[in-house]
Design a protein around this ligand. Sequence first.
Ligand SMILES: *[C@@H]1O[C@H](CO)[C@@H](O)[C@H](O)[C@H]1NC(C)=O
Ligand SMILES: *[C@@H]1O[C@H](CO)[C@@H](O)[C@H](O)[C@H]1NC(C)=O
Ligand SMILES: *[C@@H]1O[C@H](CO)[C@@H](O)[C@H](O)[C@H]1NC(C)=O
Ligand SMILES: *[C@@H]1O[C@H](CO)[C@@H](O)[C@H](O)[C@H]1NC(C)=O
Ligand SMILES: *[C@@H]1O[C@H](CO)[C@@H](O)[C@H](O)[C@H]1NC(C)=O
Ligand SMILES: *[C@@H]1O[C@H](CO)[C@@H](O)[C@H](O)[C@H]1NC(C)=O
Ligand SMILES: *[C@@H]1O[C@H](CO)[C@@H](O)[C@H](O)[C@H]1NC(C)=O
Length: 287
Amino acid sequence: MGISVNPLVLHFLCISASVYDVSSLNSEGQTLLSLLRYWDVVPPIPSTWNASHSTPCFWDGVICETDFVVSLNLSDYNFSGQLGHEIGDLKHLRSIRAIASFSLQIGEVGVSSFGLQQAERLNKLTGTIPDCFGNMSKLIMLDLQSNRFHGTIPSSLQKVNTLTFLALSTNQFEGALPSSLCTLENLEDLLLSDNKFTGTIPDFFGNMSKLSVLDLRKNSLRRMITTNFPEGSRLSFLSLSDNQLEGPLPKSLLNCSSFKILNVTSCPTLLPGKLNDLFISLNLINY
Ligand SMILES: *[C@@H]1O[C@H](CO)[C@@H](O)[C@H](O)[C@H]1NC(C)=O
Ligand SMILES: *[C@@H]1O[C@H](CO)[C@@H](O)[C@H](O)[C@H]1NC(C)=O
Ligand SMILES: *[C@@H]1O[C@H](CO)[C@@H](O)[C@H](O)[C@H]1NC(C)=O
Ligand SMILES: *[C@@H]1O[C@H](CO)[C@@H](O)[C@H](O)[C@H]1NC(C)=O
Ligand SMILES: *[C@@H]1O[C@H](CO)[C@@H](O)[C@H](O)[C@H]1NC(C)=O
Ligand SMILES: *[C@@H]1O[C@H](CO)[C@@H](O)[C@H](O)[C@H]1NC(C)=O
Ligand SMILES: *[C@@H]1O[C@H](CO)[C@@H](O)[C@H](O)[C@H]1NC(C)=O
């Protein structure tokens, strides 16, 4: 679904409040009902989503804590359409789950107080990552794998330093790996495989003290890796396959005491002869 959004319209949507008058239903429930009009859902949302109730907390797929919607689990349904900017009115929402066919126009999810902490498997998305994401100050998990995003990683993501998991694999991102990633100091998993990233592997990865999984497979990264991993680095998985990198690998990888897997499959220029024998003797390498 490639719908382009005029920035002015987007701005308007970001600030407009939802007004959907439904008798005794509380505002959280009204917000949920107002989202329905964006969705084509198969099978239809069940009759438990009933406007005559006073709270949505007993509706299918809705999880509340003290009357506030904290989680939406829509994995039983197939969606297409847009998420709807009203979702931003669910100030306590931490997680949303939807199956792969959920088609979401994230360009509209732009409200400064957006409380979403998890956004998973939001496939069928296209375009660039909108700056709105930078305002999701509680986001801890952002999984946009297997969509059709292109362009560079937006610097607005650097504001989301609550992120522990960032997956942008299998899209068409390009350009150098931006230094803004370095400010994501809580990041543990960074999955960037299967894109068109170019340039070298940046030195700042050595400064991301919580980084444990780094997947850079299937990109166009080049040259020797000069990253210095200081003592105490938590890196445990590093996948470099299918790039044009050159050996030797930095010895400082040995500072990563929990290191388990180094994947250099299909890296013609990272041939065994050019690798440090130590890695081979430690049996860390997948060819
Ligand atoms: C909605 O809830 C009202 C009040 O509880 C009930 O009378 C009505 O039958 C419900 N509608 C549906 C479609 O379940
Ligand atoms: C979401 O709903 C699906 C289907 O009802 C269920 O299998 C799954 O465990 C639920 N996930 C969570 C996190 O509640
Ligand atoms: C969702 O759609 C897919 C493919 O169109 C179909 O295989 C699947 O059964 C659908 N799931 C539901 C819950 O309707
Ligand atoms: C993000 O929040 C700031 C301050 O609350 C606001 O000025 C800005 O317009 C918001 N940006 C987007 C893209 O929503
Ligand atoms: C990494 O951190 C060190 C010490 O804090 C600093 O001197 C260096 O400039 C940082 N490197 C990068 C690439 O951010
Ligand atoms: C381990 O890190 C320290 C800095 O913390 C560095 O001086 C040392 O050279 C590194 N070890 C290796 C084997 O590179
Ligand atoms: C290593 O890389 C190859 C080639 O990209 C891939 O097929 C394989 O699944 C990777 N293995 C691991 C453990 O990531």
